[in-house]
Design a protein around this ligand. Structure first.
Ligand code: ADP
Ligand code: MG
Ligand code: MG
Length: 263
């Protein structure tokens, strides 16, 4: 079957580096989906599909429904996240309350923990790739850069978005903990509304990622609890062995959330 036989194609939902994503509706059931169309010649499509199928057992991962192939493209029919991208909500919101940040971050850590347990490094954790359902639940998307690694294996080669990239990715071998760093960059942005590492050029940004110390004494941190600051420090540490895992983060954030829930 061709995708046009089974789905009515609709308007664009988003555009990334490689593909375009469109709304589509099943002709049989009337259910709406998101269709990511990737041009052929992209060897990585098979890997993206394989990893999405491998990770289908978690509600925090965007579900891959079916795959079509025609002369020019692959079409990945995925669960529709009608709440849009987290980045757009963040831009509107400016800065999240600590309670809301903790809830989003906890859900992100649950899905990252699942990926890591399944032997997958996402490598592109950022709010452009975190989508929201109609009810506001997060879904991790875009496994285009994801890699499966065996226990103890490591990756090399620069991948991801500059502002979110972990220092060890810039300098050598890395693994799952690179995702934790990226999630920490996101947590920083949620809590205080700005990215932790910035620079006028790519070199300046990478220099900041490799060496800049966070200043928790600055004005913007005054309203953030010590618990949250300590957590962020344990995540944005350049010593990979000292950086906490998703599992360890969860033990803490769950505590943070419950502490915060008390009036
Ligand atoms: P790329 O690999 O090109 O970055 P993504 O998979 O990140 O592609 O998709 C690009 C954009 O398309 C996303 O940022 C989002 O706006 C939109 N998008 C992707 N998947 C979905 C989905 N399942 N539901 C709704 N929108 C989506
Ligand atoms: Mg993307
Ligand atoms: Mg991608």
């Amino acid at each position: 079957n061709k995708i046009e036989d089974d789905y009515v194609m609709g308007g664009a939902l988003g555009k990334g580096k490689f593909g375009s994503v469109f709304l589509c509706r099943s002709k049989v059931t009337g259910v709406e989906f998101a269709c990511k169309t990737l041009p052929k010649g992209e060897e990585t499509v098979h890997k993206e599909v394989e990893i999405m199928q491998h990770l289908s057992g978690h509600p925090g991962v965007v579900t891959l429904h079916s795959v079509y192939e025609d002369a020019e493209s692959f079409h990945l029919v995925m669960e529709l996240c009608s709440g849009g991208r987290l980045i757009d909500e963040m831009t509107k919101e400016g800065r999240y309350s600590e309670h809301k940040s903790a809830n989003i971050f906890k859900d992100l850590m649950l899905v990252i923990q699942y990926c890591h347990d399944m032997g997958v490094v996402h490598r592109d954790i950022k709010p452009e790739n975190i989508l929201l359902t109609a009810s506001g639940k997060i879904k991790l998307a875009d496994f285009g850069l994801a890699m499966r690694i065996a226990n103890g294996q490591s990756l090399s080669g620069l991948a991801g978005s500059p502002a979110y990239v972990a220092p060890e990715v810039l300098t050598g071998d890395y693994g799952q903990k690179a995702d934790i760093w990226s999630a920490g960059v996101l947590l920083h942005a949620l809590l205080v509304g700005v990215l932790p590492f910035q620079g006028d050029s790519l070199d300046a940004l990478f220099e900041a990622i490799k060496s800049m110390q966070l200043d928790f004494h600055s004005e913007k941190w005054q309203s953030v609890s010590k618990l949250a600051r300590d957590l962020l420090e344990r995540i944005l540490t350049r010593d990979v062995a000292a950086r906490i895992t998703a599992e360890e983060v969860l033990k803490r954030t769950l505590k943070t959330v419950s502490v915060r829930l008390k009036p």
